[in-house]
Design a protein. Structure first.
Length: 446
C-alpha cells in the first residue's frame, strides 16, 4: 500500500526482515513501484542462544539417526511468518498422508499430555518461536527509534504475522511517544490451526496474553475482515472502539484476453490438507451423471505445488471417477499464473479452515472475467465479504450444492454466455483498502 499512501500525502519508511537468501531485489515488480523517498531498512533475523543450542542438538541427533523430515522443528523465522507447504502466512494445512506428521492441528484438538515427549517438544518450540519473534522485534525497534531521531513521524504501524513481532510496537511507542497501530493481517489467538511443531497449549496461552497486551497498548487495532474484527472485540470488549477493519485488496493487472473453447474450472495456488479438492471432484462427478462431460468440453485444472505430492490429488480424482477431466500444472511465475487463470470459465477457491480470513487468491480472482466459486461456509469471512456481488459461494460440505452451481454455470456457458467482471469489485481493490487506511490514520493520528 506504500505507493497508494504516498499519493495520499503520507510518506512511509519501512523496517522489514532481511530475506533468508540475502537482500531484497528492489528492482522486482513489487518493490520497484515504491516512491523514491521511501527507505527500506532490512533487519536480519537474530538467532537466540536457545535456538543455537537446539540447532546443535538436532545436528548431533541427525548424525546418529537417519534424517526424519517429519520430526524436525518448523518454528517460524521472525521476519517471514509461518509458511508451511507453500501456504499463506499464518495458515498451515494438514497433510493427508498417514506416514507423515500432520503439518497443522486444529486448535480444538490441541491437548496437553505431560507423558508425551512430543508435547514437551511442541511447548519448547512454541516458546522458541516467541523468543525469536521478540528478538527480531527488539532489533527492529532499535532501528526504528534511531530513524525517529532524524525524521519526524506521525505514526507507527506494526504489521503481522508473525505476531510476536508486535512487541516492536510497545518498544518504539514507549521510546518515541508515537501512536502505535497494530495491523493484524491474520487471526492470532483466534486462529483455527497451529503448525504441528508448536501446537501446544503453551502457544495458545502466550498468544492470548500477548494479544491482550497489544490491544491494550495500541492506539488502533486493524483486522482485515469483519469476522476477525468481531472476534477481537469479543475477546477484548473493553477495546471495542479501537478495533476496525482494513481489508486486503486486489491490484489491477493487464490480463490478456484468451479464447476459451471449453468450460474450465481452475485453481491457482498450493494444495494441501484442509484445502483438499475432494468436494470439488465429488461435485464434478455428480455433474457428470447428468451432463455428457468429456475432456474436450470440460476440465478441472490446477497450477501450483501439491503437498505431499501429486499422487494424492490424482488418487482423489480417480476415486471420484473424474481423473480424465483433471490436469495438473507445475508452479509458475505470476505472469504465467495470470495467463492460466485468464483461460478459466470458473476460478475456484478450495476450502480451508480459517473462517475469519479471506484467502489472498480470492482477491486475485476478482480481477478476471470468470465466475468465482468460493468453497467456504456460509458464515465465513469470504461468504460475508462477497455477499451481493454475484460471486458464488458454496459450503464445502455440500457437494450436491456445489454440483448444482456448476451445472447452472455450465449450462449458461453452453448457451453461449461468458462471465464478466464481478459486481462492485472496485470495493475490494488495494486502492479501496488504502483509502480506508488513510481514513484511519487521519482520524487517529494528530
Amino acid at each position: 500500500m506504500v505507493p497508494l499512501l504516498s499519493r495520499a500525502g503520507w510518506g512511509v519508511d519501512v523496517v522489514t526482515a532481511r530475506p533468508a537468501n540475502g537482500s531484497a531485489d528492489l528492482s522486482s515488480p513489487s518493490l520497484s513501484e515504491l516512491p523514491s523517498d521511501t527507505s527500506v531498512i532490512e533487519v536480519p533475523d537474530p538467532t537466540p542462544i536457545a535456538a543455537r543450542v537446539e540447532r546443535c542438538i538436532w545436528k548431533a541427533y541427525r548424525g546418529v539417526r537417519p534424517r526424519d523430515l517429519t520430526s524436525e522443528p518448523r518454528a517460524a523465522s521472525a521476519g517471514g511468518g509461518v509458511v508451511l507447504a507453500g501456504g499463506e502466512p499464518g495458515h498451515e494445512g494438514t497433510a493427508p498422508s498417514p506416514t507423515r506428521r500432520p503439518l497443522a492441528i486444529p486448535v480444538a484438538d490441541i491437548r496437553w499430555d505431560p507423558m508425551s515427549a512430543r508435547g514437551w517438544l511442541r511447548a519448547f518450540w512454541a516458546r522458541l518461536e516467541r523468543t525469536r519473534g521478540r528478538a527480531w522485534a527488539r532489533a527492529a525497534a532499535h532501528v526504528a527509534v534511531g530513524l525517529s531521531r532524524s525524521s519526524r513521524y506521525s505514526a507507527l504501524i506494526v504489521s503481522s504475522p508473525p505476531h510476536w513481532t508486535q512487541d516492536a510496537g510497545r518498544l518504539v511507542a514507549g521510546a518515541t511517544g508515537l501512536p502505535y497501530i497494530a495491523d493484524l493481517r491474520d487471526p492470532w489467538a483466534a486462529t483455527a490451526f497451529l503448525s504441528e511443531s508448536v501446537a501446544s497449549p503453551a502457544w495458545l496461552r502466550m498468544a492470548r496474553r500477548e494479544e491482550a497486551r497489544v490491544v491494550r497498548l495500541a492506539s488502533l487495532v486493524l483486522a482485515n475482515t469483519e469476522p476477525a474484527a468481531e472476534a477481537l472485540r469479543t475477546a477484548h470488549p473493553w477495546a471495542w472502539d479501537k478495533v476496525t477493519v482494513v481489508r486486503n485488496g486486489w491490484d489491477q493487472l493487464a490480463h490478456t484476453s484468451i479464447p476459451r473453447g471449453r468450460f474450465t474450472v481452475s485453481y491457482a495456488g498450493t494444495i494441501y490438507g484442509d484445502r483438499s479438492p475432494s468436494p470439488l471432484f465429488e461435485a464434478v462427478a455428480r455433474l457428470r451423471a447428468v451432463r455428457p462431460l468429456s475432456p474436450k468440453t470440460f476440465g478441472v485444472e490446477f497450477m501450483g505445488r501439491i503437498e505431499p505430492g501429486e499422487d494424492w490429488v490424482v488418487a482423489l480424482a480417480d476415486a471420484a471417477g473424474v481423473a480424465d477431466l483433471v490436469r495438473l500444472h507445475p508452479a509458475a511465475d505470476r505472469q504465467a499464473a495470470a495467463r492460466f487463470m485468464a483461460r478459466a470459465a470458473v476460478l475456484v477457491s478450495l476450502p480451508w479452515g480459517q473462517d475469519l480470513a479471506v484467502p489472498a487468491k480470492v482477491y486475485d480472482y476478482l480481477t478476471f472475467e470468470a465466475w468465482p466459486l468460493i468453497l467456504a461456509r456460509s458464515n465465513s469471512a469470504p461468504a460475508r465479504m462477497l455477499a451481493g456481488t454475484g460471486a458464488h459461494v458454496a459450503d464445502p460440505g455440500d457437494p450436491a450444492g456445489i454440483a448444482e452451481l456448476l451445472c447452472g454455470l455450465y449450462d449458461r456457458w453452453c448457451a453461449g454466455e461468458r462471465p464478466g467482471p464481478v459486481a462492485g469489485r472496485e470495493a475490494f481493490s488495494r486502492a479501496a483498502a488504502a483509502s480506508a487506511l488513510v481514513e484511519c490514520l487521519e482520524a487517529y493520528v494528530e
